[in-house]
Ligand binder design. Structure first.
Ligand code: KIV
Length: 298
């Protein structure tokens, strides 16, 4: 029997494989950058999916970008679960990580496990993320022991930004940088599968990187990390509020949205919309019968 020649499948036609924890670890081992983005609803999840990102985070940044809170602090677990469930419905392949909101995990291991379980059971998340070192290290360990993968987050941790002196780069003194390195290593030892490094000097992130066996994902942490994450609304120019210097803009979608809605408003006011092609018709004989019927019924 002659062997059938194997026709190479173009990359774009290959069915993408679902992202798993071993595949994330493998990417680090192979030196393949890990692409992570936030998403907060069904369409943003579909965009992330089609763009081929590896990891999608339902970040508590959604508190500000889609729910309009002044910070990430007020968002509730219920609100985050609703966003995460919508993202789940738009996503097949990327790993889905849900951000545990402020106040939903700090008080005890039992609370941390119960909240993490809700993200998995009710919203279909593959993993959860929590912020800070310190007591969060023990909470991370407890969640991991309960069978749920955890992503850590050190450096600028927005949930506790007030205590850090505001939304500013962290680890800019030797003492503070040592704290960041120690937190990252402690989270690794607690069993986290990955760690976000936010807003720290690139040189500090290199030192963290040397001490991590698990993948690091940077946001404002320079090029040394194993992957990068950006907030969906920052990278597409949808969010109107403050954008940090590390958030590169790849589009100006808000300006396009504004133009579209303003044009619609103007066409409604001028009568240009709706046009015949946006309008349904009825056969003349049916319309005549309707008129007769209306006359008969008064
Ligand atoms: O909430 C979020 O979007 C985040 C990312 C910035 C990592 O935590």
């Amino acid at each position: 029997m002659s062997a059938t020649p194997r026709i190479p499948v173009p990359h774009s036609l290959e069915a993408p494989l679902p992202m798993t924890l071993p595949r994330v670890a493998e990417k680090k081992r192979l030196g393949e950058p890990i692409v992570m983005v936030t998403a907060y609803d069904y369409p943003s999840a579909q965009v992330a999916e089609e763009a081929g990102v590896d990891v999608v985070l339902v970040g508590d940044s959604g508190a500000m970008t889609v729910l309009g809170y002044p910070s990430t602090v007020p968002v509730s677990t219920e609100e985050m679960l609703m966003l995460a469930a919508a993202v789940r419905r738009g996503l097949d392949n990327p790993l889905l990580v849900g951000d545990l909101p402020f106040g939903s995990y700090e008080a005890s291991d039992a609370l941390a496990i119960a909240t993490a379980q809700r993200f998995v059971k009710e919203a279909g998340c593959d993993a959860v993320k929590l912020e800070r070192g310190g007591t969060s290290v023990q909470r991370a360990r407890a969640i991991v022991d309960a069978g749920i993968p955890v992503m850590g987050h050190v450096g600028l941790t927005p949930q506790t930004a007030t205590a850090l002196g505001g939304y500013r780069a962290q680890g800019r003194t030797a003492e503070r940088a040592l704290g960041v390195v120690r937190d990252a290593v402690a989270l690794q030892e607690a069993g986290c599968f990955s760690i976000v490094l936010e807003a720290i000097p690139a040189a500090v992130s290199e030192l963290v990187q040397e001490r991590l066996e698990i993948p690091s994902i940077g946001i404002g942490a320079g090029p040394a990390t194993d992957g990068q994450v950006l907030v969906f609304h920052d990278l597409l120019g949808i969010y109107h509020g403050h954008t940090p210097r590390f958030a590169k803009r790849y589009a100006e979608i808000r300006a396009r949205m504004l133009t579209g809605v303003a044009e619609y408003a103007s066409e409604v006011r001028s009568g240009a919309f709706p046009a015949p092609e946006h309008t349904y018709s009825i056969d003349d004989d049916q319309l005549a019968r309707l008129r007769e019927g209306l006359k008969a019924t008064g």
